[in-house]
Ligand binder design. Sequence first.
Ligand code: BG6
Length: 481
Amino acid sequence: MPATPNLTQIVILGASGDLTARKLVPAVYAAQCQHLFPGRCQLVGVARRPWDDAFFRSHLTKSAPKMEACSYDSWEAFMGQTSYVQTHLETAQDFAELGKRLDALAQGPAHRVFYLAVKPELFLTSVENLSHAGLLDQSGGLNRRVVVEKPFGTDLASAKALNAALLKLLGEDQLYRIDHYLGKETVQNILVFRFRNAMFEPLWNQNHVELVQITVAENIGMEGGRGGYYDTSGAIRDILQNHVLQLLAMVAMEAPSKLDPKSIRDEKVKVLQALRLPSDMADPGKIIVRGQFDGYRDEAGVAKDSQTETYIAARAYIDNWRWGGVPFLLRTGKHLPARFTSISVQFRMPPHTLFGSYDECHLRPNTLTLRIQPNEGIDLSFEAKEPGAGLTIKSAKLAMDYTDYFHKPSPEAYQRLLQDVVTGDQSLFLRSDEVEESWRWADSLRAAMQATPLRTYAPNSWGPAAATDLFGECEGRWAQG
Ligand code: BG6
């Protein structure tokens, strides 16, 4: 039996792209700096362009992160362990050569992570070529893991087909489907907050919660030449189906019996299976509001008559014992006035109006807000008596800020996720059934959306005014960051 190798090769396919220099390599470097990987790691960039090691290293160095814990020398040392292998991902023969280069670089047994930072059209071809070249063979106790970026399919049928095809070539335990939102500290904290504290969980159900709203608001538009991709995607496929539904699953799932990947993912998938649109779709405009920012059709790569939504807001329900009847209001959009992601859990109103009348339609004395980003933290609002003669009641809140409290910045999402791939923890990655259940619901939303008008909204506004109507009478209103 060979000894467990002390080396992991992180092989990025599509390494000439933006994601590699901006996110992946800084994340590997940061993890390496903090000794978060077991053993050594080598980085190998793979792409079609005729670059060499020196060119690749200088390209990466332009985006080198400033790490307090690491000196510039160690970046150089890290770059000294970084190589580039020109490979045409569609060409099977190139993968045999790639295998030889990886062996030569490793000079002995090594675990390997293949990170597919490639166009979705190349996911399957890349994995087929890796497999045919024997690069996914785990015999001898060598780990061979494949990381797949989103989008994983464009609907339920394509996601199923992709899952089926990939799982013929490698095991589910080798496949790491990324949703970078799960790497965010505040998202991981949802489970700690819910299940390490006993005081909120008794209230976390339809008896006490009136409504839950989840927002992923972005102030950017189509920067970075993304118009072409985005126009084939839209807000549902780009963000709602993945990031928003993952937040929903984390906030609504039952407590797993253990903190292992299977138990966590089993509970998340049950929430997604139970997710549905309201049964009464007589007035779809009260359920779904879709919008497109003014000027979107003039963006490069966008069709002049594009019907793609850059904003979506929808009302959904989770058909289970805990959440029966509680509306979940989900929203995401581009070119909104602020960038923020938050989850607000609105508790029910007090049963009796003791302190005079108040604006029941808008006042929600008790809301728990998980501020996912930026200004990461948790707020709990309540009403309090303002000091003074009379009885004036004002809203107050208990606020916890991550940076104030812990005095250190949160690591980048990719750092944590790459660390988990290398150590083999799939808890923060999506299992095939999770992806498929998310598409099942997203497909139903896309179909239902066709019966609603595409509304134009001004950039830098909160999207179509009609989204206010998704709240029933006296159910509160959208959070504004
Ligand atoms: C990506 C989407 O998955 O997430 C982008 O494709 C979006 O459109 C991005 O801008 C948002 O990520 P974050 O981490 O900046 O909130």
